[in-house]
Design a protein around this ligand. Sequence first.
Ligand code: ZN
Length: 161
Amino acid sequence: MDFRIGNGYDIHRLKEGRKLILGGVLIPYEKGFVAHSDGDALIHSIIDALLGALALGDIGSHFPDNDEMYKNIDSSILLKKVLRIINAQNYEIVNIDTNIIAQKPKLAPYIPNIIDNLALLTNLNKNQISVKAKTNENMDSVGECKAIETNCVVLLKRINY
Ligand code: ZN
């Protein structure tokens, strides 16, 4: 099999006085993620999509949230570990397509920075990475600014030697 597809989903609660980090980029906002790690819901979705594509479990099975080793960890480090796992299975990323669903803050101004940073972390070109931001039309927990949700689809291709 030459191609594999994976999808990832994440949601984190927002709380005042915490940092809001998406795709490894610090976003200025009065609230941030409540999580064991840095709570980077975008990177968590990407990790789950990568692992899912190769049926290798999920972020929780690789990095348990009761493990002190991962407390407040920079999710970029976890992404790099997963990329090494993918490469060790002889697969590389074709493209990544993501959504961030957040009522606030307005994310459009930060999307170019997020794409730049993800390109750097994954060693991909910017045109292989898509990050889209939406609101939840003021509905439910996301629409009430209590949480931010993300999802992601990735395509992997077998590396031919
Ligand atoms: Zn998460």
